[in-house]
Design a protein around this ligand. Sequence first.
Ligand code: NAG
Ligand code: NAG
Ligand code: NAG
Ligand code: NAG
Ligand code: NAG
Ligand code: NAG
Length: 672
Amino acid sequence: MSQLPMLSAVLCFIVVAAATAADEAFVYNGFVGANLSLNGFAEITGDGLIKLTNDTEQAQGHAFYPLPLRFKDSATGAPRSFSATFVFAIVPEHSDVSGHGIAFAIAPSVGIQGSMPSQHLGLFNVSNIGSPSNHIVAVEFDTVMSVEFYDINNNHVGIDVNTLVSANSSPVAYFESGIPKNLTLISGDPMQVWVDFDGRDLLLQVVVAPLSVSKPEIPIVSSKINLSSIVLDEMFVGFSASTGAATGSHYILGWSFNLNGDAQPLNISKLPPVPLPRSQKKKSDVLAISLPLATVILSSICITAMIFIAIRRRKFAELLEDWELEYGPHRFSYKDLYRATRGFNEANLLGAGGFGRVYRGVLPSSKVEVAVKRVTHESKQGIKEFISEVVSMGKLKHRNLVQLLGYCRRQGELLLVYDYMPNRSLDKFIFYKDRPRLDWSQRFRVVKGVAAGLYYLHDGWEQVVIHRDIKASNVLLDGEFNGKLGDFGLARLYDHGENPHTTHIVGTLGYLAPELSKTGKATKETDVYAFGAFLLEVACGRRPLEVKGSADSPGLVEFALECWKKKALLEARDADLGEELAAAAEEEVEAVLKLGLLCSHPDPMARPTMKQVVQFLEGDASLPSMLPEGLIDGVATLKYDESFDDFLKLYPSSSHAEALLQQSSPLFSGGG
Ligand SMILES: *[C@@H]1O[C@H](CO)[C@@H](O)[C@H](O)[C@H]1NC(C)=O
Ligand SMILES: *[C@@H]1O[C@H](CO)[C@@H](O)[C@H](O)[C@H]1NC(C)=O
Ligand SMILES: *[C@@H]1O[C@H](CO)[C@@H](O)[C@H](O)[C@H]1NC(C)=O
Ligand SMILES: *[C@@H]1O[C@H](CO)[C@@H](O)[C@H](O)[C@H]1NC(C)=O
Ligand SMILES: *[C@@H]1O[C@H](CO)[C@@H](O)[C@H](O)[C@H]1NC(C)=O
Ligand SMILES: *[C@@H]1O[C@H](CO)[C@@H](O)[C@H](O)[C@H]1NC(C)=O
């Protein structure tokens, strides 16, 4: 073998590398006039800061170097070393919470298509998170603890590969003479970061320090990553930041990058200054104006303070009685919940249901994301029993139940604190045409999950818990679209009628078993009936009663039965599931429809138990053979049930009735 071609190849390679090297390093000491690719809320301020987000909620911003960079050696395909340093600052809107954080990212495109704000940091969305096709490597500085991503706290730095479940993470700190010193991301102070990747040992290392400190030796977080299987040949580098319910302004002050050796150091004295938080700015303005008036203000301060304290006391007043003391750990203070939801701000509103309004919040002490439900409750009756039930419900733990964390009680209202479910309720994904729909395998998984959760409520615990209000809008979805049953037992609160001679039926029209109007008693069987309606709505993509201004419009049960009688049960399915279903999916859809009809049987004793339902769905038992004709008669009687007529008399306007149905009217009187 001749040495000449090889030598010339090596020479040629060196020349190419040297020629491109100049294009693979850049330094920005401030960004005045910089040509970056910006999108979302990102902008370059007059001072030369990159402002990735401002205080707008649910915002995201990306700022990327506009040219692609070659992250793999073109000859060997091995990942190349790189080095980056940048200075960032997070200025919170309020001094104690800020969301959601900032990330340095290597991505296949400038900006990131389809990304979501909030806990996704503008890097991923609910469907692509975790997928190897993302080709995203990021270093996150996260200021909110997202339980779904196993975040360690609300002030951490993590290395993320294609997902926000960090490969490695650590509280933000730096080492000085071997001793860790904590840093607070949301202090508003600028911090410098160094990100170094060594292509030989495949080690990614991150160092953070305050501006006054030179680069510490010991990395705060590092991870071995084989970049060659993650990055594409050509990639883009930049920054992403997002806000959620908690907001803050995310800034980059300066940035230096090099694909061939150490990034050139930044000149700190040239970096633009970071603006003060809005609240502090206001404060300093006020002070400047008020100094001459100091004496006047001093004398009025006492009076103001007293009024303030009085108002505050009233504002945060809560009810706490002796009998509640034993529930200490489950009790939240109203002040914490008020702060968590930013004063029950409309912007934090997740939804309004039959039982009250639900707000998203971040608990001030632990920074855990929660959902806070405000239930108005006028009567004092039964509250003690209910609280003891709430506390015991907090002990119910199942992966298909929304975890209840605790409660708080005020005059006339009750606040319930639950785990936050990022994807909210199932109905949004099956009834709303403008939203992405769930495919069949996702729906089937949710159905099986809800069945398991309800089985646990009925039989899995020391006490039988009747849910009383099963429907798609009470099924919540976590970050991975697992179905979790919410609101269990809540209907109970409304079950104590003021007049002992009338029984209030609780639940939602269309999900109420026919016998309820006669007995008024919620049982396992009435839950199974509602579960049947739920199965049908998930498979058909329609609500059980679509009120079209007439009481005669067929409900979902009749509709499915009609299809079955025509020997075309599958026609009842949601058209959005697609024209053609795989044979296995077709079988599942048909089984779910039949099971839904069986659960909707007018005779409570003919309905299966939840244990059987779980067995059918898991394929451990097969459905009994049945004919549509057997179910028809019962349904016909249901149609002329008195309570239904009463209901329509009570709410003759169809639009009113429709609104009530959509809001899941909590209360209405049945004939009895
Ligand atoms: C900014 O960079 C892009 C990509 O290299 C280029 O097309 C564009 O002309 C540049 N704009 C300015 C104002 O330099
Ligand atoms: C945030 O920026 C957007 C546009 O970039 C602007 O419309 C909005 O008013 C800003 N919001 C705040 C709170 O500064
Ligand atoms: C998620 O992002 C991908 C692109 O990465 C996009 O194709 C998809 O539509 C997005 N999905 C959602 C639910 O936004
Ligand atoms: C630093 O932060 C860690 C983790 O948040 C904490 O455990 C530790 O007590 C803090 N140290 C100091 C000195 O504040
Ligand atoms: C890294 O991944 C590439 C491609 O997936 C593989 O060829 C290579 O052997 C891996 N390197 C190490 C050190 O595991
Ligand atoms: C940093 O910038 C200042 C002001 O422009 C300049 O005087 C100084 O020499 C620079 N320092 C370095 C190390 O380049």
